[in-house]
Design a protein around this ligand. Sequence first.
Ligand SMILES: Cc1cn([C@H]2C[C@H](O)[C@@H](COP(=O)(O)OP(=O)(O)O[C@H]3O[C@H](C)C(=O)[C@H](O)[C@H]3O)O2)c(=O)[nH]c1=O
Length: 188
Amino acid sequence: MGNFKFIKTSIKDLYIIQPEIFNDNRGYFIESYNKEDFYKAGLTMNFIQDNESKSTEGVLRGLHFQTQNTQGKLVRVIVGEVYDVAVDLRKESPTFGKYEGIILSQDNKKQLYIPEGFAHGFLVLSKIAIIAYKCTNYYAPKYDSGIIWNDEDININWPIDNINKLILSEKDKNQKKLKDIEIPFEYK
Ligand SMILES: Cc1cn([C@H]2C[C@H](O)[C@@H](COP(=O)(O)OP(=O)(O)O[C@H]3O[C@H](C)C(=O)[C@H](O)[C@H]3O)O2)c(=O)[nH]c1=O
């Protein structure tokens, strides 16, 4: 049907996807994923796990990746608004260590496709946010890894208005810096 716009970003293989929003007097309808449309756009990944998480304002989840079973993720916001961030961790990539940040929201319905070999995280900007994302590989906690959210070498410009309101898991409070971890991802 071609209900999607696929927008390239400054980082190779990282895409913003804009589904067509069908509004009427009842509300809205979107196709949130369509394999044929994605394949035609060259996004030929195979999603095998869907996730959903709810967070309150000021929650920052990230920056996460799996060192094996690495996951490509198609991220969208069902309720609320988040600042979503992907960091290129592919060795030899010309954009290694660079990030792209984007507002995903219930209103803009934008999605971010984060390829394998990236770290992912988001900051909740609304009272609550419910995010849903498709993954190209299964959860593998023994390969769970991450980078600290405020790593100065990545220097993410998180839209935080009050640092005291930041809510992090214990794990995320203690993530390592990019320069202190072994990066396993090749750049294809
Ligand atoms: C990720 C995941 C978690 N869990 C269980 C394990 C824990 O008992 C609980 C919370 O896990 P965690 O604190 O790792 O959840 P997040 O901090 O939201 O982690 C995610 O946040 C960032 C933004 C991501 O992109 C990843 O999907 C993932 O790392 O859910 C599962 O059962 N399956 C899963 O795929």
